[in-house]
Design a binder for this molecule. Structure first.
Ligand code: FCB
Length: 447
């Protein structure tokens, strides 16, 4: 717990932000020509979302973006990460563009600019146009070509108005939760398909990078990966082997192709290769310089070969998602990446905590979230002290929002949303974050 005096500060040029994604906040699902995405289809299929909800309205950000930009500005942040809904700007995922969709993002960029907030855009935060799913989705190699066309169009229109463009958000989730265990859209449970989808996601990243480079816009181009360290539950050989394999399958599976031009041997040896098709030039396409790497970090993986598996002790507790609070993992992860790869600048593009927040007398006292963020910032500062080049941090999320298959039951926001009235209320953590950014002094906490 807090130890005085305050010790940690970040470089004056460090970027502070908040993050969201299109399907989770926009709503306006069938407005102004937007086509359906796989998440519209999935949420409207009974039994897929824990509370039976959909993103049809979500935070109604599509209609409230002006107010939301005011809120972003009120936090003192200098950057905002959001995603573009592909089916809003290209209803089928191929063919005609939807000008009304591009207009929305253009107006959002105008508002951000007025407030001097740099925009960090993600092209794909899991919401594939249903029109492409109908043609096989990410199992169809052709989807990669359509993605590159979409990426180039966004770069052409917005590449001079945004600070960065990320191709994908967390392709591990798209592949493994969308195709491996059916928790996410499109709801397929076939591990062999998940492997091939992960390859196509990486290939689409490479093709999109090439397509965007030809536009020559000033935005920095990169990708956002969810990452963790894997801790063996005990020092048994079985647990250690399991942890190594977990790291190879999640972190190295995406990092190695991008930075080394090959898939990790260990993961290849242990995977279901039935559908795995890699064309001769694919890895060269995937392995090309990126201007930044986005890292999303929430918790560690804990590898236990016992049945039933051992659980982490959770010295610092667990979030409302059941995820262990383990800030040390952020330091270990970043230092490990720095040792293994030649990295571009890193942005922590997501980090945050779900808390069962309650609005009492107009206030939300989320001390647990403040502790979580301060500990992770201390862990981040430690990684930077050890030589890792990190240039920014985005809290996930600006607002409580549609948390995928958990629906509205889980609250990650710095800002509380009453979904009946759409009223937004700053939580104690929002006030804390604003104050922290203004003073750039972190009270020293135990990591
Ligand atoms: C990440 C997602 C983000 C949000 C957080 C809690 O995996 O990128 O959309 O759901 O988890």
């Amino acid at each position: 717990m807090p130890i005085s005096p305050p010790t940690t500060s970040f470089p004056a040029t460090f970027n502070w932000g908040v993050a969201t994604s299109a399907y989770q906040i926009e709503g306006a699902a069938a407005v102004d020509g937007r086509g359906p995405s796989i998440w519209d289809t999935f949420t409207h299929t009974p039994g897929k979302i824990i509370d039976g909800s959909t993103g049809d309205v979500a935070c109604d950000h599509y209609h409230r973006y002006t107010e939301d930009v005011e809120l972003i500005a009120s936090l003192n942040v200098d950057c905002y990460r959001f995603s573009i809904s592909w089916s809003r700007v290209q209803p089928l995922g191929y063919g005609a563009w939807n000008e009304a969709g591009f207009d929305f993002y253009s107006r959002l960029l105008d508002r951000l600019r007025e407030k001097n907030i740099a925009a960090h855009v993600t092209l794909y935060h899991w919401d594939l146009p249903q029109g492409l799913q109908d043609q096989g989705g990410w199992l169809n190699r052709q989807t990669c070509v359509h993605f590159a066309t979409y990426a180039a169009e966004v770069a052409r229109r917005f590449g001079h108005r945004v600070a960065s463009i990320a191709t994908h958000n967390e392709p591990w989730c798209t592949a493994n939760l969308g195709y491996g265990n059916a928790q996410f859209a499109p709801g397929v449970a076939d591990p062999a398909a998940a492997i091939q989808v992960s390859h196509h996601l990486l290939l689409s990243h490479g093709l999109a990078m090439q397509a965007m480079r030809t536009i020559g816009a000033p935005a920095r181009l990169g990708i956002v990966l969810n990452q963790w360290t894997a801790t063996p539950a005990t020092d048994s050989e079985a647990d250690q082997a399991m942890a190594k394999l977990e790291y190879a399958r999640s972190v190295q599976w995406f990092m190695d192709p991008i930075f080394k031009g090959r898939y990790p041997e260990l993961a290849l040896e242990h995977m279901d290769q039935r559908l795995f098709t890699v064309y001769p030039d694919d890895l060269a396409t995937i392995c090309q310089p990126i201007d930044f790497l986005g890292v999303n970090y929430y918790t560690r993986a804990f590898s236990s070969a016992e049945v039933p598996p051992r659980k982490p002790e959770g010295k610092l507790g667990f979030s409302d998602m059941g995820w262990e609070t383990y800030p040390q993992g952020l330091t270990d992860l970043l230092v490990g990446l720095h040792q293994e790869y030649t990295l571009p600048p890193i942005f922590i593009t997501e980090n945050g905590m779900a808390v069962a927040d309650q609005l009492i007398d107009g206030k939300i006292d989320d001390q647990a979230r403040i502790d979580y963020v301060s500990r992770h910032l201390a862990a981040l500062a430690e990684a930077m002290r050890l030589g890792v080049n990190v240039q920014g941090y985005f809290y996930w999320s600006l607002l409580d929002n549609f948390e995928w298959n958990s629906g509205y039951a889980k609250r990650f926001g710095l800002i509380y949303v009453d979904y009946q009235t759409q009223q937004r209320t700053l939580k104690a953590s929002a006030h804390w974050y604003r104050h922290f950014i203004a003073t750039n002094l972190l009270t020293s906490v135990e990591v």
